[in-house]
Design a protein around this ligand. Structure first.
Ligand code: ADP
Ligand code: MG
Length: 246
């Protein structure tokens, strides 16, 4: 099967620091890929480059029939990529002055230009799906960490994006809220949503991912099915990392 998402030769520098050093990655339709690796390795930057939260310096990003050359990309390309990706942040990144419902509607009315009633209807559906059907009027400060992250995920789900990007979605949560957030992500994964998820939850990655990508130093060191990476990694760097976190 061909790539639905094709990342080719992605390079990102911050000043003189090359943080992504030629990333190539192909995701088939419905494929769920977990990215693991030491901190400071470029995992967040990779995700952020894919929708131009950090504009990449070189490489090509293809999502379905949209293909963007990083070196020549303009504002229209950036917006087109954002329309096709949903992003879930580590720290939720909700608007504190907007209700849960308005946070979920935000992308629909701004990035998608949906009329408000249509966006409201969609937000109502999403609130049900994330188990917060009765909390649409609540502001983030009135919600638990787990509920806030479910809103963060709901906001990305609302976009019905071809690619969902999760950047360590549970690492800012108190332990008591991790389970409910992982359960929601598991449901999304079960629906065969194409996704890239950066996580330090190794057991979870093993359960939901079709493929594990191990990154170090801005490069993909090794990738393969969970059983291979967790049971029989070839590269010593992968094995050393897994010993440290396992
Ligand atoms: P990871 O998510 O794997 O922990 P990051 O992608 O956050 O790694 O960071 C990779 C490297 O890029 C780190 O050395 C970090 O300091 C650097 N970096 C990330 N964002 C910026 C930025 N906005 N400006 C300068 N350096 C950055
Ligand atoms: Mg990170």
């Amino acid at each position: 099967m061909s790539c639905e998402i094709d990342i080719a030769g992605l390079v990102k520098r911050f000043g003189g620091n090359t943080v992504l050093n030629g990333i190539d990655l192909c995701l088939k339709p419905g494929e769920r890929v977990a990215v693991i690796g030491p901190s400071g390795t470029g995992k967040s930057t990779l995700l952020r480059c894919l929708n131009f939260l950090d504009p990449p310096d070189e490489g090509r990003i293809t999502i379905g029939d949209l293909s963007v050359d990083a070196a020549r990309a303009g504002k229209a390309d950036m917006l087109a990529l954002r329309r096709r990706t949903g992003f879930v942040f580590q720290n939720y990144a909700l608007f504190a002055n907007k209700t849960a419902r308005d946070n979920i509607m935000e992308g629909l009315t701004t990035v998608r230009n949906w009329p408000k009633p249509k966006a409201e209807e969609r937000a109502r559906e999403i609130l049900q799906q994330i188990g917060l059907g009765d909390r649409g009027d609540s502001y983030p400060s009135a919600l638990s960490g787990g509920q806030q992250q479910r809103v963060g995920i709901g906001r990305a789900m609302a976009l019905d994006a071809e690619l969902m990007l999760f950047d360590e979605p549970t690492s800012a949560l108190d332990p008591e809220w991790v389970g409910e957030v992982l359960d929601l992500i598991r449901r999304i994964a079960d629906g065969r949503q194409t996704m890239l998820i950066v996580t330090h939850e190794m057991q979870f990655a093993r359960e939901i991912a079709d493929r594990i990508v191990f990154m170090e130093g801005g490069r993909i060191v090794e990738q393969g099915p969970p059983a291979q990476i967790f049971g029989n990694a070839r590269d010593e760097r992968t094995r050393a990392f897994l010993r440290r976190v396992g």
